[in-house]
Structures are given as C-alpha cells and as structure tokens.
Design a protein around this ligand. Structure first.
Ligand SMILES: *[C@@H]1O[C@H](CO)[C@@H](O)[C@H](O)[C@H]1NC(C)=O
Ligand SMILES: *[C@@H]1O[C@H](CO)[C@@H](O)[C@H](O)[C@H]1NC(C)=O
Ligand SMILES: *[C@@H]1O[C@H](CO)[C@@H](O)[C@H](O)[C@H]1NC(C)=O
Ligand SMILES: *[C@@H]1O[C@H](CO)[C@@H](O)[C@H](O)[C@H]1NC(C)=O
Length: 357
C-alpha cells in the first residue's frame, strides 16, 4: 500500500518539475518561433495594402472584393515569447549595400511581395526601382543600396529543351548561376512537383543517365532537393551568405483536414484555434527536414508549414482576380500570412545577431 502512495507523490512532484524543464529548455534555445497560436491584434496588418501600389492582382484580396478583413488582424504568438514587430528601417540598415534573393515558385513571389510592401510602407518617402531581367525581378531601394530580388525557378533543378522534348533534370542545377554573390538566399520548391496534364511543364524526367516518362513524385522531389543541397554545400560560404529554406506552404482545398467535410478555404474567416492542425503535417515537410539535416552548410528552415496550416482563412479563394472566379486556396492574401513569414525571417536574423556588415 505504502509503495503506491510513494509513487503517487513522486509523480505529482515530477509534473511541475518537468514543465519547468520544458519552459527552461525553450528559453535557453532563444524560443521556438514556430510553435504558437494566432491572436487578434488591433495594430495589424503591418501595412495598408491599398497604399502598396505594386501588389499583384492575385494577392490583392480586398481590392478584388473580399468583404471580411479580420484575417489581416492576426499576429503569430510563439508559445514562449513574442515576435518582435518588423522594423523596416532597421532591416534596411542591416542590409545596407547587400542583396537578398527569393528563389522558387509563386509562393516565393508571395513572400517577396510581402517583404517589399513591408519595407516600402516603413520608408514611404524613399525611392524604389522595380525592374526585371529575364526570370529575375529586382526591387531596389537606392538610398539604402538594398536589392530584394525574386528568381522564378519552380523546381530549383533544370528543365531543358532537348530533341525528345522538355526534360526535367533532377541532377542538373544550371539555374544556380544567378545565386552566386547574393548575401541572403531564401529558397522554396514543392507546389509544382505534383502537376500533371497540360500544366506540367516537362515531358520526361531524368535521373543520372536514365530518362523516363515519369516517376514517384515525392522521390523526384527528394532527389532534386538533394541536388540543391549539394550545390549549397559546395558553393555557399556561410561566413558570407545566409541561406534559408521556406518550408512547405500548405493549401486548404480539403475541409476533411480540419473536420469540415465539404469545405475549402472559400468563406473561411477565422484561423483554427490552438497550435495543432487536425490534418497533420504534409508528407513533403518531412523530406525537406531530412535533406536539410544532412547538409554541411547550416540552412535555416523557415518553418512556416504548421503555422500556415492553421490559416484556412488566409487564401484569396474567389478573390484572386477581378469578379469572383476560380478558388485559390494555395496562395495567400496580402496583407496576410506571408507578412508573418517575413517577421519570422526578421526574428531569426535578430536572434542570430546578424548585422550583415
Ligand atoms: C489605405 O490607403 C488608401 C490609399 O492610400 C487610403 O485611401 C486609406 O485611407 C488607407 N487606409 C487606412 C486604414 O489607412
Ligand atoms: C533601375 O534599375 C535599373 C536596372 O536594375 C537601372 O538600369 C536603372 O537605372 C534604375 N533606375 C533608377 C531610377 O534608379
Ligand atoms: C475531428 O473529428 C474526429 C473524428 O470525428 C475527432 O476525433 C476529432 O477530435 C475532431 N477534431 C477536431 C479538431 O475537431
Ligand atoms: C476559437 O476561439 C474563439 C475565441 O476564443 C471563439 O470565439 C471561436 O468560436 C473558436 N472557434 C472554434 C472553431 O472553436
């Protein structure tokens, strides 16, 4: 009998101790920015979207007639700390004379547009110059000598035109020529890996010397990421260049993932409460983690997946173009969720003490 009493009492003593240890560990590492909840904050959004003249139509939800605006008012609250509010002037000073480049698909474009809007709204009087050279869009702040660029490259590895047709080459990464000498790189790829039919931009897939009509797409994704990782490991000097990987950005086409069988993102006006997504993580996120874990150069995972999964309310849905057409549950309205991705980028820079000089 007494042994039962003893083990009971040691258990009650252990629980608060365990909690203390968990809190201590989280703080000792700085704070896990990526686990938290969304809270309404009247001081959001970070900028007035109608005062940001270069937001593209597909992200301009309010202009396209989206009637609700609560989705612009959420702040991401990590469990054990608060994110510092984005200070655009401080960001520009840290990057004076430097270049930043997002590389990837339209989710990179989403984050790039968010960052340029945040920065422009912090220094509305400062000149800016938006130009394009081939696949690279360049947003420059001449007064700060800062360039914020976007290289559209949906697979990171190459698609080459050959005699047999367009070949997706999992071992070839010639597009990397554009990434040399950039001070901060933020990569992403995933959304195009599952494309089939008329919007699939290749006819064959090549691994090593082998050319095939198709293969397991998750495996293809992993091989391409590994090619990219090798490029980073052998070409990036971590003393000169910071490298981020923007984690998998989730879509909300399937309400079963959040227990609303027939729903999509259309008509959603609130995030999911709490910190966990009922549908669990997308399988591609595990592939990203595995590849990053095996790299020599430390790449920071901007782990936007879980926090964005909670934001079923953040997509353009039928407000991605003029006049309620389509249903885009894959991109994000601006102002909106990608602003938080940039706040996390900023918080990571500050926590690593990066002055960039
Ligand atoms: C946002 O900007 C537009 C255009 O400059 C302006 O008309 C509007 O009043 C602004 N809204 C807020 C809330 O500041
Ligand atoms: C804008 O940038 C382009 C090239 O990126 C340059 O040729 C042009 O002179 C710039 N314009 C201004 C006004 O700074
Ligand atoms: C979703 O539904 C399942 C099965 O009906 C239930 O076990 C689970 O608790 C629900 N989750 C949420 C977040 O409502
Ligand atoms: C989420 O929490 C808010 C505030 O506590 C509450 O008003 C809302 O009904 C909750 N939503 C769901 C789906 O539980």
């Amino acid at each position: 009998m007494s042994s039962g009493f003893l083990s009971g009492s040691s258990l009650t003593a252990a629980v608060p101790l365990l909690l203390l240890v968990l809190v201590y560990k989280a703080n000792a590492r700085g704070c896990d920015f990526f686990t938290g909840t969304w809270v309404v904050d009247g001081s959001f959004p970070l900028y007035n979207a109608s005062a940001c003249p270069f937001i593209e139509r597909e992200f301009s939800c309010q202009k396209n007639g989206r009637p609700d605006s609560l989705y612009t008012k959420y702040r991401w609250k990590p469990l054990f700390c608060n994110l510092q509010r984005f200070n655009g002037v401080d960001f520009l000073e840290r990057f004076r004379g430097k270049s930043i480049m997002f590389v990837g698909d339209s989710l990179s474009r989403n984050q790039w547009q968010s960052l340029t809007c945040i920065l422009h709204s912090s220094v509305p009087e400062a000149k800016y110059n938006l130009t394009r050279q081939g696949d690279v869009s360049i947003f420059a702040f001449p007064d700060y000598e800062v360039k914020v660029m976007l290289d559209r490259n949906v697979y990171l590895v190459d698609v080459a035109r050959e005699r047999i047709g367009r070949v997706l080459k999992l071992d070839s990464i010639e597009g990397s020529k554009l990434w040399n000498g950039i001070d901060m790189l933020i990569f992403n790829t995933w959304h195009w890996w599952n494309r089939r039919g008329p919007t699939q931009p290749w006819d064959y897939i090549q691994v090593g010397k082998e050319i095939k009509k198709d293969m397991d797409r998750m495996l293809a994704f992993e091989k391409a990421l590994t090619t990219w990782a090798k490029w980073v490991d052998s070409n990036v000097d971590p003393a000169k260049t910071m490298v981020f990987f923007q984690g998998i950005s989730p879509s909300h086409y399937n309400g079963r993932e959040w227990n609303e069988t027939k729903s999509t993102c259309n008509g959603q006006t609130q995030p999911i409460n709490g910190s966990s997504y009922p549908g669990g993580p997308p399988p591609a996120a595990a592939v990203v983690r595995d590849v990053l874990r095996n790299m020599k150069v430390a790449v920071t995972l901007l782990d936007v997946t879980a926090l964005s999964q909670l934001r079923k309310d953040g997509h353009p849905s039928i407000y991605g173009s003029d006049g309620k057409v389509g249903n885009d549950c894959s991109h994000w309205c601006l102002a909106g969720v990608p602003d938080t991705w940039n706040e996390l980028l900023y918080a990571t820079l500050i926590s690593q003490g990066k002055a960039m000089n």
